[in-house]
Design a protein around this ligand. Sequence first.
Ligand SMILES: CC(C)(COP(=O)(O)OP(=O)(O)OC[C@H]1O[C@@H](n2cnc3c(N)ncnc32)[C@H](O)[C@@H]1OP(=O)(O)O)[C@@H](O)C(=O)NCCC(=O)NCCS
Length: 407
Amino acid sequence: MKKNDVVVVSAVRTPFGRFGGTLKDIPSIDLAAMVIREVLQRVSIKGEEVEETYYGTAVIGEAALETDVPARQATLKAGMPADHISVTLDRACCSSLTALRLGYRAIKAGEIDVALAVGADNMSRAPYVIPPDVRWGKRLGNIQIWDGLFELGYKGFNPVSVDAGEVALEYGITREDQDRWAYQSQMKYAKAFSEGKFKLGEELMKVEIPMKKGPPIVLEKDEFPKPDTTLEKLSKLPTVYGSPTVTAGNAPGLDTGATAVLIMSEKKAKGKGLKPLAKILSSVATAITPRLIAAIPGFTIQKALANASVALNQIDLIEINEAFAAMPLVSAKILSNGDPEKMKSILEKTNVNGGAIAIGHPVGASGARILMTLIYELKRRGGGMGVASICGGLAQGDGVVVQVNGE
Ligand SMILES: CC(C)(COP(=O)(O)OP(=O)(O)OC[C@H]1O[C@@H](n2cnc3c(N)ncnc32)[C@H](O)[C@@H]1OP(=O)(O)O)[C@@H](O)C(=O)NCCC(=O)NCCS
C-alpha cells in the first residue's frame, strides 16, 4: 500500500432516461440526492463520514431552475449534515470524472480520507433562454428564445457533431464505420442486458418517486437503448446539424440521470473493513484544440497510462464515452498509431457492454458512469486493469486508470 492510495468503495447510478421520457420532470438535484443516499447506504457510511462532495453538472441552465447551488442542495436533500463541504463544477461531459479527480487529489494530498464524486443532468428540463435585453426593455424588434440544446454547440464554435464528424473523416473513419460501431454498441448492450449485467444492485439503482396523485414514477432500467435497430436503418438516417457523418443513430440522446462514486484512502477503507471495488492508479485531465474533440479520449488515455506507469498492452478493458461513435474510433486509431491490427484489438476491448449510444448520455453524469461500468465488468471477469476516458465540450478530457482485484 503506497502512501494515500485511493480506492473506490461504492458506485451507483440511476437508470438513464431518454429525452422526454419517464424522468423528464424530475430535477437533476433530486436524482443526485437519490444516488448519494444509495451510494452511502450500500456500504453503511454515514453522511457525517464524507468529508467533501464534488458535484459535476453540464446543463447548468437546468440546475438554475432550482437557483442554483446543486451540490449544496443535493447533499442537503440527501440528508448530509449542514456542515458538509461541497462544490459544484462544470467541465462539460467530463464533469463527474473531474469530480472524482478532485476528490482523488484531495485524498492523495493527505487532506481528507473520504470524498464523494457525483454527476447529474436532466437534459429534458433544459430551459429555453430569453436573452437578457428583454429584462431591460426591448425598444423594437422580435424577441428571440434560445435553445441551448439545439445543435449542442458552444457559441462561437462549430456544433460538436460537425467537429466530430469532420475530424473522424480526416482520421479515415467513415460514416459506415460509425454506423457499424453504433450498431455494435446497441447489440453489445442488448446482450449484456439479457445476461443480467445491468440489473439493479450493481451499477443500477431503482428510481421510485412518489406522486401527489396517482402511482409513483418508477424507472428500473435504461430507457434509451434501441435493440431493434439494424445497420440498414442506421445507414438511412439523415445527418444532423450539418455534420458530415453524425446521425440520431450514431449519437447518444439528450438523456437524464445521476451517478455517484464514493472514494477513500485505502487505509481508511481497510480500517472500516470495506472491500474496495477498485484502486485508482491515476486520474488526469487534458485539453486540446477545440475542433479535435473526437481525438481527445485517445490523448487522455495516453496521459492516464503514462501517469500510472502502465502500458496499453497491460490494460484488459477500455471505456471511451460514445459522445458519438467517432470518439472511440478516432481514439483507437490514435492509440494504435494507425496499425489496423492493433486498432482492432483495442476496439475489441472497448465498451464491451455497449456505450452511450445505447445506454444514453446525461452529459454531466456520464464520466462516472463509464468508470463504474468498467469496474463492475472487470470484477465479473475476476479482476484486471482498465482505463476510462471521456471527452467534454471544446475538447477537454478526463481519464482514469483502475486496478480491480478478483474475488
Ligand atoms: C441526434 C439528435 C439531434 C436526435 O434528436 P431527435 O431527432 O429528437 O432523435 P429521435 O430519437 O427522435 O431520432 C430521430 C429519428 O431517428 C430514428 N433513430 C434514432 N436512432 C435510431 C436507431 N438506432 N435505429 C433506427 N432509427 C433510429 C428515430 O426513430 C427517429 O425516427 P423518426 O424521425 O422516424 O421518428 C439528439 O439526440 C442529439 O442532439 N444528440 C446528441 C447529443 C450530444 O451531442 N451529446 C453530447 C455529445 S458531446
